[in-house]
Design a protein around this ligand. Structure first.
Ligand SMILES: [Zn+2]
Length: 105
């Protein structure tokens, strides 16, 4: 396997680019780039990453941050996750404060 990569490495840059376009590892990365290209002029759902037009997007503000969703389900799901993580962070801070106070005693 290393021999193949070494042989490809010896080829000119243009040929290397063409060969790596057919590489299996290239496909998921290229898929992400295609999604980003399609999202230009449109929005991407902040929950499921589905591409939606600006007129279809449901815009919500959660903790003063703007989010765009494709459906009410995505909106609810993402809001639930954000609120849960917020609660967890508050609980962690309270716990750390209590531990600090306890150590001082
Ligand atoms: Zn969605």
């Amino acid at each position: 396997m290393k021999d193949i990569y070494f042989r490809i490495y010896k080829l000119p840059k243009e040929l290397q680019d063409i060969i790596y376009e057919f590489n299996v590892e290239h496909r998921p990365l290229y898929g992400k780039v295609l999604k980003q290209i399609l999202a230009i002029g449109n929005y991407m759902c902040d929950n499921c990453e589905k591409i939606i037009s600006k007129s279809e997007a449901k815009i919500k503000f959660i903790f003063f941050q703007k989010y765009r969703f494709c459906s009410s389900y995505c909106s609810y799901n993402c809001r639930f996750d954000i609120l849960n993580s917020f609660k967890r962070n508050i609980l962690k801070r309270r716990y750390k404060l209590r531990v600090k106070r306890y150590k001082k005693l």
